[in-house]
Design a binder for this molecule. Sequence first.
Ligand SMILES: C[S@@+](CC[C@H](N)C(=O)[O-])C[C@H]1O[C@@H](n2cnc3c(N)ncnc32)[C@H](O)[C@@H]1O
Length: 289
Amino acid sequence: MPEESIGFLNVKAAGMYIDATLGGGGHSLKILNKGGRVLGIDVDQEALDEAKKTFEIQNSNFKIGKEIVLAKGNFRNIATIAEEYGFKNVAGIIFDLGVSSHQIDDPNRGFSFSKEGPLDMRMDSNLSVTAKDLVNGLHRNELIEIFSRFGEERFAHGIATEIVKVRKDNTIKTTKQLIEIIESVMPAKLNRTAAAARIFQSLRIIVNDELHSLEEALPAACSLLQSKGRLVVISFHSLEDRIVKHLFSDFERKSLGVVITHQPVLATEVEISANVRSRSAKLRAFEKK
Ligand SMILES: C[S@@+](CC[C@H](N)C(=O)[O-])C[C@H]1O[C@@H](n2cnc3c(N)ncnc32)[C@H](O)[C@@H]1O
C-alpha cells in the first residue's frame, strides 16, 4: 500500500522525512517525488547498496547527501541517527516493517522457506547470532516458548521435540532441513507452508530482536516530529500491530497528538492480487499535536 502510506504522511515540499526502513527505496522515492527531503535508514548494508544504485543510476535527479541521505543503522537508534544527520523537527516518519523482497528473494539470507539456503535470518550481518545458532543451541523449552509466543504455532511442542531429536546426530544448517522437520511433525491435512511461515517468523523476530527495536523506536520517533508531523507504521503480523496500537494510544493518553486511523488500514483486493505479502499488512498513522 505505498500510495496510501505516503498519503498518510501528507508530504509537503521541502519538508524533512525519515524512511526508517529504506529497503529498495520505494517509499523514499515517492517522498522525494513530492518534494520532500529524506533520511533513509536501513540496518542491512545490501539494502543501502541497492538503494544507492537506484538513486545514482535510475533517479540521478535526487542527489545522495542532498535530497536523500542514506544511513546504516537500527531504527531503535533513530534519535541518534537523526541527530547525526541533522534531521530534527521532521514532518513525517515511516516504518514499513519486516523483510524486503530483496532479502526474501536471496536464498543466502535464509529468510525464505521456499528456497534452500543457510539458516541465517540476520538483517544486519554484524549480528553475532543466527537462526542456526538458535535452532541448534537452545533448550527444547526455549524453542517451544519462541515458536508459541512469536509464531503463535500450536505444534510448537512437536516441532521443538523433533528439532532436538534430529540435531543429536546432525547440525541443522539449512532452511530445507528445518522445513523437513516442520513437515514431518505437521499432519498432512493442515497447511504446512503456513506453519513454516510461523516458525520462520518466530526465529526471525528473535535473531533481529524485532519487537524490542520497534518498542524503542516509536517513542523516539514521536519525539522527533514537529507539530502536525505524521508517524506512519505498516506492520505484517499481530505482535507488531499490537505494539503499534498500544504505543499510539499511549501517545494519545499523554496528549502528544491523535491517532488518525481508528481502525488499521488494510490492503485492497487489487493490491493483494498484485502483491500477496500485502494480505497481512496493517497501516496505522499518528499526528503529533
Ligand atoms: C519491508 S522492507 C522496506 C521496503 C521499502 N519500504 C521499499 O519501498 O522498498 C523493510 C526494510 O527494513 C529494514 N529493517 C527491518 N528492521 C530494521 C531495523 N530495526 N532498523 C533498520 N532497518 C530495519 C530491513 O532490512 C528491510 O530492508
